[in-house]
Design a protein around this ligand. Structure first.
Ligand SMILES: NC(=O)c1ccc[n+]([C@@H]2O[C@H](COP(=O)([O-])OP(=O)(O)OC[C@H]3O[C@@H](n4cnc5c(N)ncnc54)[C@H](OP(=O)(O)O)[C@@H]3O)[C@@H](O)[C@H]2O)c1
Length: 272
C-alpha cells in the first residue's frame, strides 16, 4: 500500500491523517501532539471546529518542521462569497500560526453561492502561496461537474466514506478525474466497528476493527483521517499502515455498502 499519494498539483499527501472534529482545548492539544509523536504527518482541521489555535500549538510544540506536516483546513459556509474568502483564510493562518496551508477546502457547497465564485477566490490565494492546493468537501458528482466546468484545478473531495457508506460511484468519478477522495468519519464514527464482517476479519488478521477498516480505505487509494482522543487508539490507528488485507478481503468489505450516512445536516445538498 502507498503511504504517500500525490495530488494533481504534484505535492505529496500522507494517505493517513489525523482528524480533529470535536477535539477542542487541552484535549485537542494533547491528542494532536500525541498523533504527531506516533508519526502522523497530516492533520485535518476546519474553521468550524474551533480548534485552529490548539492544532497550531501542537504543531509548534511537536518540534517537527512545518514543511513536514500536511495541514488541511476548511472554509465555512458563511464565507463562500469572493470578498470573504481571503479574510477567512488569513484568520485561519493567524489562528494556526502558520504562513500557508497545504490544502484549503470548501467545507460544504451552498447552492446560493456559485461554486466558480468561491473556487476563483481560493485559486487566487493559492497563486499567492497562502495555500498550496485547494479542494472541496461534501460535493456530489453534480457539484464536482460544476466545479470542473470552471477549469480551475482542485485536488481533493473530502466526503463521508466507511464500510457502511461505500460511495462507489463517487469514488470512481473522482478516480477518473484525478481528484483524490478523502474519507471522513472513516470508521463510521465508531458505528462500523461492530459490523459482523469487520469483526470476523479482526479474528482472521489479529488486528483491531479500526485497523481493518482504515487499511481497507488506504488499499483503495483513499486518504483517511480518523479522529481519536484516546492515546491507544491514536497509536493503533497509525499502525494500520503496516500490513495489508488480501484483495479478496478488500472485496468482501466493498460488498457491505448499506448507505448509512451519519453526517447529514439540514443544509446538506446530497442527492436524494
Ligand atoms: N468535511 C466534513 O464535513 C467532515 C465531517 C466529519 C468529519 N470530518 C473529518 O473527519 C475526521 C474523522 O471523522 P469523525 O471524527 O466524524 O469520525 P471517525 O474518525 O470515523 O470516528 C471517531 C470516533 O471513533 C472512535 N475511535 C477512533 N479510533 C478508534 C479505535 N481504534 N477503536 C475504537 N474507537 C475508536 C473515537 O473515539 P475515541 O476518541 O474515544 O477514540 C470517536 O468516537 C473528523 O475528525 C474531521 O477531521 C470532516
Amino acid at each position: 500500500m502507498k503511504k504517500i499519494l500525490n495530488l494533481n498539483t504534484g505535492a505529496p499527501i500522507p494517505i493517513l491523517g489525523f482528524g480533529t472534529w470535536e477535539l477542542t482545548g487541552n484535549e485537542c492539544l494533547k491528542s494532536t501532539k500525541k498523533a504527531i509523536e506516533v508519526g502522523y504527518r497530516h492533520i485535518d482541521t476546519a474553521a468550524a471546529y474551533g480548534n485552529h489555535k490548539e492544532v497550531g500549538q501542537a504543531i509548534k510544540e511537536s518540534g517537527v518542521d512545518r514543511k513536514d506536516i500536511f495541514v488541511t483546513s476548511k472554509l465555512w459556509r458563511d464565507n463562500l462569497r469572493k470578498e470573504d474568502v481571503p479574510e477567512a483564510l488569513k484568520t485561519a493562518l493567524n489562528e494556526l500560526q502558520l504562513d500557508y496551508l497545504d490544502l484549503y477546502l470548501i467545507h460544504w457547497p451552498d447552492s446560493e453561492v456559485p461554486i466558480a465564485e468561491t473556487l476563483q477566490a481560493m485559486n487566487e490565494l493559492k497563486e499567492q502561496g497562502l495555500t498550496k492546493a485547494i479542494g472541496v468537501s461534501n460535493f456530489t458528482i453534480n457539484h464536482l461537474k460544476e466545479a470542473m466546468d470552471t477549469g480551475i484545478q482542485f485536488s481533493i473531495n473530502q466526503v463521508e466514506f466507511h464500510p457502511t457508506l461505500n460511495q462507489k460511484e463517487l469514488l470512481e468519478f473522482c478516480n477518473q478525474n484525478n481528484i483524490i477522495l478523502t474519507a471522513y468519519s472513516p470508521i463510521g464514527r465508531g458505528e462500523d466497528l461492530q459490523h459482523p464482517i469487520i469483526q470476523e476479519l479482526t479474528k482472521q488478521y489479529e488486528k483491531s476493527a479500526a485497523q481493518i477498516i482504515l487499511n481497507w480505505e488506504m488499499q483503495k487509494g483513499i486518504v483517511t483521517i480518523p479522529k481519536s482522543s484516546n492515546p491507544e487508539h491514536i497509536e493503533g490507528n497509525f499502525k494500520s499502515l503496516e500490513w495489508n488485507l488480501s484483495l479478496e478481503d478488500v472485496e468482501r468489505i466493498n460488498q457491505i455498502n448499506e448507505k448509512n450516512r451519519l453526517v447529514n445536516p439540514d443544509f446538506s445538498e446530497f442527492d436524494k
